[in-house]
Design a protein around this ligand. Structure first.
Ligand SMILES: [Zn+2]
Length: 237
């Protein structure tokens, strides 16, 4: 996108303050990984709405909680509305971090600036109002975005979190071994890996078990939340 056009978009978003025009350089970056010097990685789990089923991978969550494994969850508004108790439960774990994942899980690039703002802001407001929590991390539904999305996320003061490793866990044709191989081959210091915790991942728990007990320790990598990963310093010499 050309700089002047982006400035216009950002300027339009600043309601009533046309004198404030941000430059493209200050627009939020899309974060796909943490520092490559960090001996850690982020296990992230999207909580997209589901039409059928409980929408909550209880065995996976029990495993993460029992072993106090740092993890980050991206919650959609529609999912939160059906899982109020689970939202509070996850927010209560000090080794977990919570971000948002759109309101109705819309395809953002198909929408106007105003519609994107509503979609992105919905779950942020819900967390504020019903759970007294200030979410700062955002991941777009389906990982889809355009320049307007980036501008809106920046205006709202959120951090735009993507990933650099897609586990592929919602694909029912993939076996535990296939998912594990895919992640094991790609994972390196600073990686952000995307999984699902809404029950769509048939093998997610087994993969996480293997990763946290075998693959990651062997590679000298430990799980961190997104904020921990982004603030991670190289190990002491
Ligand atoms: Zn999703």
């Amino acid at each position: 996108m050309r700089r002047d056009w982006l400035n216009i978009v950002v300027g339009m978003l600043l309601t009533g303050s046309s004198s404030l025009v941000l430059s493209v350089d200050s627009v939020a970056q899309v974060i796909k990984s943490g520092p490559p010097s960090c001996p850690g990685i982020a296990l992230t789990f999207d909580l997209c709405p589901v039409l059928k089923g409980p929408g909550y991978d209880q065995p996976l969550m029990d495993y993460l909680i029992t072993h106090r494994i740092p993890a980050t969850f991206f919650m959609s508004g529609k999912w939160m509305a059906k899982h109020e108790a689970e939202v509070d439960h996850l927010l209560g774990m000090e080794f977990f971090e919570v971000g948002t994942h759109g309101d109705v899980h819309a395809h953002l690039p198909m929408h106007t600036t105003d519609e994107q703002r509503t979609e992105i802001l919905g779950p942020v407001k819900m967390l504020q109002k019903h759970h007294a929590y200030e979410a700062t991390l955002f991941r777009p539904p389906y990982g889809e975005y355009n320049d307007i999305t980036i501008a809106v996320v920046n205006m709202l003061g959120l951090r735009f979190i993507q990933w650099n490793i897609e586990s592929g866990d919602p694909d029912p044709t993939l076996s535990v071994e296939q998912i594990l191989t895919r992640v094991t081959q790609r994972v390196k210091p600073g990686s952000i890996v995307v999984f699902h915790a809404n029950g769509k991942g048939k093998h997610t728990k087994q993969v996480i078990e293997q990763l946290t007990t075998d693959v990651l320790p062997r590679k000298g990598l430990r799980p961190l939340t997104i904020s921990e990963l982004l603030n991670c310093m190289p190990p002491n010499p």
